[in-house]
Design a protein around this ligand. Structure first.
Ligand SMILES: Nc1ncnc2c1ncn2[C@@H]1O[C@H](COP(=O)(O)OP(=O)(O)O)[C@@H](O)[C@H]1O
Ligand SMILES: [Mg+2]
Length: 327
């Protein structure tokens, strides 16, 4: 069952240069208890997608997205985009929580870890007693693998290492047992050993709470390890979507194929050059008509300058490419 359905989202920003269409009809769904990866180069719209879902786009530049974002869990079924702001406060954190790439900018430096955890718990459980909230905070810190949580709870963010801070962020995100967790490059700033620990932790917590995860990354290796399904984004659009297996075994979009070729392999000779997709992502203000990948695509032809429909390769495998639609 899809707990979150993102339907044809268009997100724009008002800028000095005009209206920037950062997302241009993004559609995907997230299954309950499963992990959906969103992958793509820097600037392709991954963070704008997560901020659109959370309704946290920077104001006043960010406009309310067009389209629908349906949260659907049994009896609860609503469109996030049309929810009154005060109802959104109850959804954020409680139903859908988010962790960001850089825990230092998202943790408040002047409050202790405990104060920040308690603030979140209080927001959603206003009747809970202070002592209970402290105990719950210690339990959460323990769950995310922070040693001596009863001491650490009264420390400030700067007293913790990067990995520990990210664990605190996860603890805050999990404080209200959300049904969907959006993790925007949660391990990019961490070294590989810590990254592996955090990824394992997220998987364990997911199992425990049957939580759905939207895992945003530019690292296909992490996608292979973490995700059930994957959405490949290019320049504000979904280029291809499918199960991890289909995307890795039979990628259909030339962009996905290029991304996969650019992963270094152990067996590759050390001196061989790493494959790189040539060219650059077009500027939001000079997007070509039709396929946005055409200026970098080895197979581009004239029809690619027209609007490209999605082609279903099979159930749960869609691609936005005319070449494959013709087969
Ligand atoms: N506040 C903003 N004002 C104008 N454009 C923005 C703003 N935030 C993001 N964008 C544009 O939206 C596009 C997608 O950005 P983003 O979602 O941050 O990419 P990423 O995939 O690296 O997370 C980029 O072209 C970026 O320049
Ligand atoms: Mg980003």
């Amino acid at each position: 069952m899809a707990i979150l359905e993102v339907k044809n989202i268009v997100t724009t920003f008002d800028t000095d240069r005009g209206c920037a269409r950062a997302l241009d009809g993004v559609t995907f769904s997230v299954e309950k208890g499963k992990t959906l990866g969103i992958v793509g180069e820097s600037g392709c719209g991954k963070s704008v997608t997560s901020l659109s879902i959370m309704r946290l786009l920077p104001k006043p530049a960010g406009n309310t997205p067009e389209g629908e974002i349906i949260f659907n869990n049994g009896s609860e079924n609503f469109d996030i985009l049309t929810l009154p702001a005060k109802d959104m406060l109850k959804i954020r954190g409680k139903k859908i929580a988010m962790i960001f790439q850089d825990p230092l900018t998202s943790l408040n430096p002047v409050y202790t870890v405990g104060a920040q955890l308690i603030e979140t718990i209080k927001l959603h459980f206003p009747k809970m007693k202070y002592d209970e909230m402290v105990n719950r905070s210690i339990e959460l810190l323990n769950d995310v693998g922070i040693p001596a949580p009863e001491k650490r709870i009264w420390e400030f963010p700067h007293q913790l290492s990067g990995g520990m801070r990210q664990r605190v962020m996860i603890a805050i995100a999990l404080a209200c047992e959300p049904e969907v967790l959006i993790a925007d490059e949660p391990t990019t700033a961490l070294d590989v050993t810590i990254q592996a620990q955090i990824l394992k932790l997220m998987k364990d917590l997911q199992k425990k709470n049957n939580m759905a995860i939207v895992f945003i990354t530019h690292d296909l290796g992490v996608v292979a390890e973490m995700c059930d399904d994957v959405c490949v984004m290019y320049a504000g659009k979904v280029a291809e979507q499918g199960s991890v297996n289909d995307i890795f075994e039979s990628p259909r979009h030339p962009y996905t194929q290029g991304l996969l070729k650019s992963i270094p392999k152990l067996e590759t000779e050390q001196k061989s050059k790493l494959y790189e997709i040539e060219g650059m992502v077009p500027d939001l203000f000079s997007m070509p008509e039709g396929c946005r990948f055409q200026n970098r695509c080895p197979y581009a032809k004239e029809v690619c300058q027209q609007e490209i429909p999605y082609h279903d390769v099979k159930e749960n495998h869609r691609v936005n490419c005319i070449r494959l639609g013709e087969i």
